[in-house]
Design a binder for this molecule. Structure first.
Ligand SMILES: Nc1ncnc2c1ncn2[C@@H]1O[C@H](COP(=O)(O)OP(=O)(O)OP(=O)(O)O)[C@@H](O)[C@H]1O
Ligand SMILES: [Mg+2]
Length: 196
């Protein structure tokens, strides 16, 4: 079985704890001695803000081939390396649409852009709360997803939708993509509010 190394934290429902999970999971793995990179793939840039790292250059420049990973990845005192982003990342959606319309392949954009990446045990990707080409390139690159969710009916509904979407992705973009699971980040009935 292929080793799971690149994990996307994703749910198209907003505010369910994706960034919180990405930030804490990366820190916990680093604390256990793993070499960890956190990629902020959300133009909201909250994972970057959480680690308080510089954002110039950013993932956008790496994706555009205007900066190398080596000059963009930031180290932190938590042992986690961060590939930062800010709101300028939203421009990449237009780039990818243009590429697609011109008939040029775009799905491998993230994979190609990260070719010069140092060796990591885990690459954790904080994803935005919406789909689109940016999510396509993440789904193409990742080995697996974790889906943070609330313990509520809408959460189950979102998980069902995601399972269907992943089935589509496996048929088309990435046959190896696995769902590691839904991760309950909040359960109001039981007062559960933490996962790590
Ligand atoms: N387990 C938790 N317990 C308490 N608060 C939480 C928990 N998980 C997340 N939060 C809080 O909920 C808010 C939303 O969390 P977070 O930003 O991680 O969600 P998100 O899914 O990344 O949102 P978005 O879809 O906008 O990217 C934040 O204020 C965060 O601190
Ligand atoms: Mg977020």
């Amino acid at each position: 079985m292929r080793q799971i190394k690149k994990i996307a934290i994703t749910n198209e429902k907003g505010g369910v704890g994706k960034t919180m999970t990405a930030v804490n999971l990366s820190a916990c793995l680093a604390q256990r001695g793993y070499r960890v990179l956190l990629i902020d793939a959300d133009p909201q840039g909250y994972a970057t803000l959480n680690y308080d790292v510089a954002v110039s250059p950013s993932l956008l420049e790496v994706l555009r081939g205007q900066a190398t990973c080596t000059e963009t990845v930031q180290t932190t005192c938590f042992g986690v390396d961060v590939l930062p982003s800010d709101r300028t990342l939203s421009i990449i959606e237009e780039d990818l649409i243009r590429q697609e319309m011109n008939g040029a392949p775009y799905l491998n954009t993230l994979e190609k852009a990260l070719e010069d990446l140092a060796d990591y045990d885990f690459v954790i990707i904080d994803c935005p709360p919406q789909g689109g080409r940016l999510m396509d390139i993440v789904h193409y690159y990742a080995d697996a997803i974790i889906m943070p969710m609330f313990a509520e009916d809408y959460g189950i509904h979102a998980l069902t939708l995601k399972a269907e979407a992943i089935a589509d992705i496996r048929r088309t973009i990435n046959p190896n993509l696995k769902i590691l699971g839904g991760l309950i980040t909040m359960d109001e009935r039981r007062g559960l509010r933490s996962v790590f």
